[in-house]
Structure formats: C-alpha cells, structure tokens
Design a protein around this ligand. Structure first.
Ligand SMILES: NC(=O)c1ccc[n+]([C@@H]2O[C@H](COP(=O)([O-])OP(=O)(O)OC[C@H]3O[C@@H](n4cnc5c(N)ncnc54)[C@H](OP(=O)(O)O)[C@@H]3O)[C@@H](O)[C@H]2O)c1
Length: 470
C-alpha cells in the first residue's frame, strides 16, 4: 500500500490544484481533507485518471506514502497547522518530511521546525505564490528549512514549479523560517504594487476624467513596456470586464473596501522590528486598513468639499508622467523589500540568496514583472549590497522618473487624490539621497527634554547640553 510519493493534507483551492499539478507531472499523490465530502467532491469532479489516491484518515494517508514520507500541508494558516501536525505526529517516523505550503508566519514555522526536529522529523516552510491557476499550472515556490529537508523535496518541487527562461521558479531560500519570510515580503511587495496600480487608476479616472475602457487600454499599453507585469495586465483585464446585469464596468460596482489576510501587516511589523524602513510596503497596508472606514469616510466627505479639478480632455503628457510614477513606485517597493530580506537574512542567519529570490519571482507568482530581470542583473554584480540604491544604474532609473512623479503628486493634490504608495516611494528616494536629514533637530530636542544626549559631526563623543536660555 506504500505507493504514493507525496501526501497532501487540505483540499481547498490550493491543495486541489497542487495535487493535480504533482499528479500531472508523474508524481503519485495521496490526499486527505478534514471534511470528507470535500475529498469526495474533488475525486469525483476534478480527478480524471491522474495518480491520486484519497485517504479517509491521517493514519491511512501515512500508510499510503513511500518512506521517508513527504507530506504537504495546505490548510488554513494559524492554529489549523498546529492541530494537523499534532494529529499527524503519531503516524510519522524519524526522517519523514512535513512541508507547510500555507501563508504561515515565519516565527511559527521556526517554532514548528524546532519541535519536529526534536522528534527527528524534518520540516520545511514553503511559500507558494500564484493563486489557483499558479498552483495548477506552475507556482513560484519559496522553500526554507534545513538543506537536508530541502534535498528530500527538491526534485518534486522543481517539477511542479513555474518555468522561466532562467529555470524552474523554485529555489532554496535559506534556513529556519526563510521560505515563509520571503513569501511574506513577496506579499508585501504585492500590496504595494496593487496600491500603486489602484492610485494610477484613481488618478486617470478622477484627475484626468478617463473612462474605464481608456484606463484599461492604458494599462494594457503599459504592460507592453517597462511596466510589463502580471498585475498590470490583470488591471487591464479587470477594468475591461462589464457587469452582465448593468453593462457597466463591473469594477465600478465593487465596494471600495480591500481585504487583507495578514502577510502585509506581518511584513510591516518585521520591518519595524528589524529597523528597516519600508514606507511604501507599510503605506499599502495602511491604505487597505483605511479603506475599511467607509461609513466614516462618507460622513467626512459630505462636510469636506474639494474643488473639482478634473481635466476635460485626456492629457497624454499626464499619462506619460503617471507611467513613470508607477514605475518609480514599483522600483521603490522592490528596493525596500530586498533591503528587508537582506537584514532578515543577516539577523536570523537565513543565508538567503536574493538573486535566487528574484529568479524565483520571475514566473508563476503574483509579482512577476519585467523589472525583475534588471533587478537581478544589478544585484548579481554585488549580492551583498543591502540597497539597490547603491547601484548607479538603479539610481538612474529612479532619478529620471522623479520629476514626472513630482508632477503627478502635485496634480493629484490639486484634484484631492491620495497617492500614499507613490508619495512614500518618492519620499523614500528623496530621504535616502540626502546626506544630511533634519534628524539633528530631533536629536537636540530629545536631549533638551529628556537628556538623551547627542553626537556631534565635528568631534567624537557623546554630549549633553543644558538647553535653558541664558
Ligand atoms: N488561495 C490562494 O490563492 C493562496 C495563495 C497562496 C497561498 N495560500 C495559502 O495556502 C493555504 C491554503 O489556502 P486555501 O485558500 O487553499 O485554503 P484555506 O481556505 O486557507 O483553508 C481551507 C482548508 O484548511 C482546512 N482546515 C481548516 N482548519 C482545519 C483544521 N483545524 N484541521 C484540518 N484542516 C483544516 C480546510 O478543511 P475543511 O474542508 O475540513 O474545512 C480546508 O481544506 C493558506 O495558508 C493560504 O493562506 C493561498
């Protein structure tokens, strides 16, 4: 009965599609889901002769697998992962491998890894991106844990991963919770990318008065150039879609409250803990949170008029400026995310190779974008540079776009349009390019009210001054 090469626990959207993906690549799969009806429906409705065997219990699943066992958990992140591991443990043996393919917090992954290691069981935290389609046709896969654990899974994961011209989009991301940390940063960049796109849409609609179809065409055109990216292409597709009932663009009928499941917030928290500035990633999380205060916004809007400064005719130069601005937002977001990865790898000893991260993001995942080729090229020149901003070619790409971004921000203000992703992206670049910031005054005030001391630029040492006037 030991015939299946991999076990999958959890048959919701991701688990089902990954099971089919493994099976279609010649890897036999045993599947289990807590609610049996879901397994039955999957076998009945989606399995068409692929080597997939259903199991009625975790014990049966464990019995069904070749040794050492390889088991992929695709259950809801959080408590469910602990519960499944606990229930599975009696049926595992030393040397078996458990992989968590959900969006788990990297600290939980490290805790689980240690607890299982004490019992001789290997554990990998596997970030998987690409949604439903990616899971079926080839996701981007970010595994982290011990190299030995990865070696047990590598061949299988490489087979189901998305393929790019730079190879399969799966690579070892480093020790401990590195896989889930990288996936978390991927999601944070995704938040910022989507916020940047939403701001561009808002600007075209409300500052330039463009209809949804024209905005869709603009995104489609941008997708042919430097902004070639899955999310830009998707924006065009979504904006073109018409509601069958009303004939209007469906997007205009959708409530303006964006959901989040936590990975963006975790990234912002991790960045604050590690002391890495990621303003654009954080701004995108805050923008989603703010969107939820719909009733408050409506109440405030009613008593807070703004002069209507919408252009009558489409303005091609403003659209060109906006394209440059969105490029800048995207570059800035990637730069912040890569800095965060650098610091996390150093602080948590992950040993993450960020050029491999960029390669794995090239296909299958939600943030796949043409810019990744360029970013990888320059990072490879000095993989230890924390900042892309140290690189002259990266700076050039930003510098050339700053004036256009400034014009967009000015015009957005005129029209009363918030652009937090763009604004923070610009401020980030402007701050990082300033050799001297006004933090000297902050430091002086801290010393004046709290005797926190300060350093001088003209001599070494730590100083305190009694700041009372003469
Ligand atoms: N959906 C996506 O596009 C996407 C993309 C990347 C990563 N992810 C991550 O991948 C994981 C799976 O996502 P998903 O959307 O496929 O499913 P999900 O909605 O996050 O989770 C549902 C699955 O978890 C199982 N489950 C929940 N609590 C359980 C428990 N206490 N014990 C055993 N099983 C339990 C459910 O079983 P029952 O059928 O019995 O309820 C079901 O199979 C999540 O961590 C998610 O964040 C999702």
């Amino acid at each position: 009965m030991n015939r299946c090469e991999i076990g999958i626990i959890g048959l919701a959207v991701m688990g089902q599609n990954l099971a089919l993906n493994f099976a279609r690549h010649g890897i036999s799969v045993c599947v289990y889901n807590r609610t049996r009806e879901r397994t039955e429906a999957f076998m009945r409705e989606r399995v068409r002769g692929e080597p997939i065997t259903p199991a009625d219990s975790l014990e049966e699943l464990a019995r069904c697998l070749t040794r050492p066992r390889r088991i992929l958990l695709m259950v809801q992140a959080g408590l469910a992962v602990d519960q499944v591991i606990e229930a599975l443990l009696p049926f595992l043996e030393p040397g078996d491998l458990v992989m968590d393919g959900g969006n788990s917090h990297y600290a939980d992954t490290e805790r689980r890894m240690e607890a299982l290691a004490a019992r001789g069981i290997r554990f990998l935290g596997v970030g998987i991106s690409g949604g439903e389609k990616g899971a079926l046709l080839g996701p981007s896969i970010m595994p982290g844990g011990t190299p030995e654990a990865y070696a047990l899974a590598e061949e299988f994961l490489l087979r189901i991963a998305a393929q790019s011209e730079e190879g399969p989009c799966c690579a070892y991301m480093g020790r401990g919770g590195a896989g889930h940390f990288v996936k978390m940063v991927h999601n944070a960049i995704e938040y910022a990318f989507m916020q940047g796109i939403a701001e561009a849409y808002d600007f075209m609609k409300n500052a330039l008065g463009m209809p949804a179809d024209a905005i869709a065409e603009t995104f489609a055109r941008w997708n042919e150039g430097t902004l070639n990216a899955y999310l830009v292409e998707l924006a065009a597709r979504v904006l073109r879609y018409r509601d069958p009932e009303t004939g209007e663009p469906l997007v205009e009928r959708i409530l303006d409250q964006a959901e989040q499941k936590g990975t963006g917030r975790w990234a912002a928290q991790a960045a604050l803990e590690l002391g890495v500035p990621t303003p654009t990633l954080t701004a995108a999380v805050i923008a989603r949170t703010l969107s939820h205060f719909k009733a408050d916004r409506e109440r405030i809007a009613a008593g807070f008029p703004w002069p209507d400064r919408r252009s009558e005719a489409a303005d091609p130069s403003a659209v060109t400026d906006l394209e440059a601005a969105l490029n800048l937002t995207v570059l800035s977001a990637f730069s912040q995310g890569l800095w965060l990865l650098h610091e996390a790898s150093r602080a948590y000893r992950y040993g993450t190779d960020r050029t491999e991260v960029l390669r794995v993001w090239r296909a299958g995942c939600i943030i796949r974008a043409r810019w990744l080729i360029f970013l990888r090229e320059i990072l490879r020149e000095d993989p230890e540079d924390p900042h892309l901003l140290f690189h002259p070619r990266f700076r050039q790409e930003l510098q050339g776009r700053l004036p256009a971004a400034g014009r967009v921000l000015a015009r957005a203000f005129e029209a009363g349009i918030p652009m937090p992703a763009l604004r923070t992206a610009v401020d980030y670049v402007l701050s990082m390019r300033r050799a001297r910031l006004p933090a000297n005054l902050i430091q002086a005030q801290r010393d004046a009210f709290g005797a926190h001391t300060y350093q001088r630029i003209d001599r070494p040492g730590t100083f305190h001054t009694e700041w009372e006037e003469g």
